[in-house]
Design a protein around this ligand. Structure first.
Ligand SMILES: Cc1cc2nc3c(=O)[nH]c(=O)nc-3n(C[C@H](O)[C@H](O)[C@H](O)COP(=O)(O)OP(=O)(O)OC[C@H]3O[C@@H](n4cnc5c(N)ncnc54)[C@H](O)[C@@H]3O)c2cc1C
Length: 403
């Protein structure tokens, strides 16, 4: 194999953003390479994999890739709420299976996947715009030339950092999780656990993957708290806190660890010949730091925009800008509102969390789901901000901008 490759589009990262971008671009008829540093797609799992049935249907994710959820439980130091629904609106993904299915779909459209290939720099043209990437594979240098590059490298944002377009994220979430066999799993119900003992700046969780497997994890905001999520997770498992004690005997299957940006939508996401998408663009809902559905959705739009620009022989920033206009119109307002609620949540004491759960109890399932998904304005939330008899409810929903 030659050490220099030419593709119309190079997508850096074989996560959900990269494989979705590659799928759409290859479908549009341009040549596409996905470059992934790990030995296989989804070799390492860095996410808990919760998403929504609406997105699963939209993306046509196969039935054997997820466990549906219809009950949503929260616990704080001295309070518990369970919002029960009749049908599942959330799901916990089999992350490996889903990400490999996404990659396979891109390959079916003609995208070529280069695994075990780590991007370590960029190629620039005579005017300083990106014209490809340099990589290392088994100690050997490989160069990829491209008309457009998509940075879908997640938290590391390797391409935009190599171009000096952005530095390290200043705020981010760090999460540690064990996937475990457990004796007593309620596979319809997820748990979010809040307050100092679970996470001093974030939350802990129990997400059922199947009838006998759960993911138990802790997420902690940085630099808000210095606590190490792995240590806190081990502590919670040892003491069997909250819903963990009801799981019976647990046996670890796999450990997961990951970082997710939490700087809001601080980055510009299109440049001449370059698009940023997914975590690399900071596209995550800050309420629960979930980004998989955005990665897939905006990955597809990024891939499509890049392919059209390539076919039109015009790949400058202006020609790619419709991608940024689209995602901003779609989620900027929601993410900004969700960021305000997250800031409030980060300041809550244990006693205030107990009270916050009393507010969440007021929500009907569809309202709770819109709230946690940051789909504000679809249900009664805006009305609650002005008309609800409880001041605390008005204050919480008053932060929400409809849209
Ligand atoms: C602990 C934790 C729990 C989470 N839980 C949820 C959840 O329940 N639901 C949800 O929706 N979201 C969750 N998220 C967020 C979600 O995982 C991300 O938003 C999502 O993975 C973003 O997808 P992506 O494709 O942009 O990035 P990634 O999934 O990170 O994919 C990036 C890919 O790029 C590759 N790569 C990186 N650097 C290079 C390089 N130099 N060369 C080549 N390849 C490279 C990586 O190996 C990786 O495969 C969680 C995040 C964390 C950290």
């Amino acid at each position: 194999m030659s050490d220099i490759h030419d593709f119309d589009l190079v997508v850096v990262g074989g996560g959900p953003a990269g494989t979705s971008a590659a799928f759409e671009a290859a479908k549009s008829g341009v040549s596409v390479a996905i470059i992934e540093k790990e030995k296989t797609i989804a070799e390492t799992v860095r996410t808990s994999g919760v998403t929504w049935m609406q997105s699963i249907k939209e993306f046509k994710i196969p039935n054997d890739c997820y466990n549906p959820i219809k009950n949503y439980s929260f616990c704080s130091a001295n309070n518990t709420v369970t919002i029960k629904d009749k049908t599942p609106s959330a799901a916990v993904l089999d992350v490996r299976k889903t990400y490999r299915w996404l990659a396979h779909r891109a390959e079916e459209q003609g995208a070529v996947i280069f695994t075990n290939t780590a991007v370590n720099g960029v190629v620039k043209n005579s005017v300083g715009n990106i014209a490809g990437v340099t990589c290392v594979r088994d100690g050997k240098k490989i160069t990829f030339h491209s008309k457009v590059t998509i940075d879908a490298s997640g938290f590391s944002s390797i391409v935009c950092r190599a171009m000096n377009l952005a530095g390290q994220w200043s705020r981010f979430g760090a999460g540690a999780e064990f996937e475990m066999q457990a004796e007593n799993v309620d596979s319809d119900t997820w748990w979010l656990m809040v307050g100092q003992k679970y996470s001093p700046a974030g939350y802990a969780w129990v997400f059922p993957v199947s009838k006998n497997v759960v993911r138990i994890g802790v997420g902690i905001g940085k630099p808000d708290s210095a606590v190490d999520p792995t240590e806190r997770l081990k502590m919670l498992l040892k003491s069997g806190e909250g819903p963990i004690k009801n799981l019976g005997k647990t046996t670890p299957i796999e450990f997961h660890y990951g970082l997710i940006p939490n700087d809001g939508l601080s980055r510009k996401t299109v440049y001449n010949n370059l698009i940023l998408v997914g975590d690399s663009a900071g596209q995550a809902n800050p309420l629960v730091l979930e980004g998989i559905r955005y990665a897939i959705k905006y990955g597809r739009i990024a891939g499509n925009t890049a392919a059209e620009a390539i076919k039109n022989n015009s790949t400058d920033e202006k020609s790619l800008s419709s991608y940024e206009d689209t995602w901003k119109k779609d989620i900027q307002g929601k993410i900004n509102s969700a960021g305000k609620i997250q800031d409030r949540w980060l300041r809550l004491t244990d006693k205030q969390w107990d009270q916050e759960l009393d507010i969440i109890k007021e929500l009907k399932p569809e309202e709770f789901l819109d709230f946690i998904k940051a789909e504000f304005g679809l249900t009664n939330m805006v009305k609650m901000a002005t008309h609800h008899p409880m001041l605390a409810v008005r204050q919480l929903f008053g932060m929400i901008k409809p849209g």
